[in-house]
Write a protein that binds this ligand. Structure first.
Ligand SMILES: C[S@@+](CC[C@H](N)C(=O)[O-])C[C@H]1O[C@@H](n2cnc3c(N)ncnc32)[C@H](O)[C@@H]1O
Length: 197
């Protein structure tokens, strides 16, 4: 039996994120999660929002662990993950009522962040929200010394990674028809950025 991938951070941040999503997600409909990773967020949120269909997605290389998590711990009616690399697709053709992604923007190259926002702009239903969780800079400045250290570590690992600037993300979102709606401060110097189509 495949060992489930596990990220301790997900256990720490899933309740604070849930508490914000409660006021943001629609009562029913379909949510696409991009870069679902271990699936810990997905199975937790899917069980807390039983009227929503929580569609996970990941790059092909990460699908096995995510699929195992969804199958073993997700609600019975949770759909299996779909393969989605935001820079290569294939993007789903149908529309979603909301899109959620956590801790992906600093891992993807900036070009992929732009591709992700563009894809979300295409498939998000009018009035739907795009919730983007993670650490972000503001006007070229880190919002906490710990984020600066984290950012340095990322860029040493891979120069294409790095904590993104919220202002630059907002500018791309606006170009893709997503209006910056809320910027919610979260524990451990993270943000939940909310965009509306
Ligand atoms: C730090 S992990 C976050 C996983 C999970 N969302 C969480 O919060 O624990 C970053 C995730 O982004 C995904 N990712 C990176 N590049 C991607 C791309 N081009 N398309 C889709 N997902 C990508 C990785 O596979 C990885 O699962």
């Amino acid at each position: 039996m495949i060992e489930l991938p596990f990220a301790p951070a997900c256990e720490r941040n899933k309740v604070p994120i849930l508490n914000r999503l409660v006021g943001l997600l629609p009562d029913q409909g379909r949510v696409l999660e991009i870069g679902s990773g271990t699936g810990q967020h997905a199975v937790f949120f899917a069980s807390r929002f039983p009227s929503l269909t929580w569609q996970t997605s990941e790059r092909e290389s990460e699908l096995a662990g995510l699929s195992a998590r969804v199958e073993r711990e997700g609600p019975d009616d949770m759909p299996p993950p779909i393969a989605l690399d935001v820079s290569q697709g294939p993007w789903p053709h149908d529309s979603f009522d909301a899109v959620f992604t956590a801790n992906t923007a600093h891992i993807m190259p900036w070009a992929s962040v732009c591709a992700m926002i563009s894809g979300v702009g295409r498939l998000l239903a009018r009035g739907g929200c795009f919730c983007l969780y993670g650490p972000f800079m503001q006007d070229g400045e880190h919002t906490a010394p710990s984020n600066a250290v984290f950012d340095r570590g990322l860029r040493e690992r891979d120069p294409l990674m790095g904590v993104r600037d919220r202002v630059e993300v907002d500018a791309v979102a606006l170009r893709e028809g997503l209006r910056p709606d809320q910027r919610l401060l979260m524990p451990a110097n993270n943000f939940l950025l909310v965009y509306r189509r």
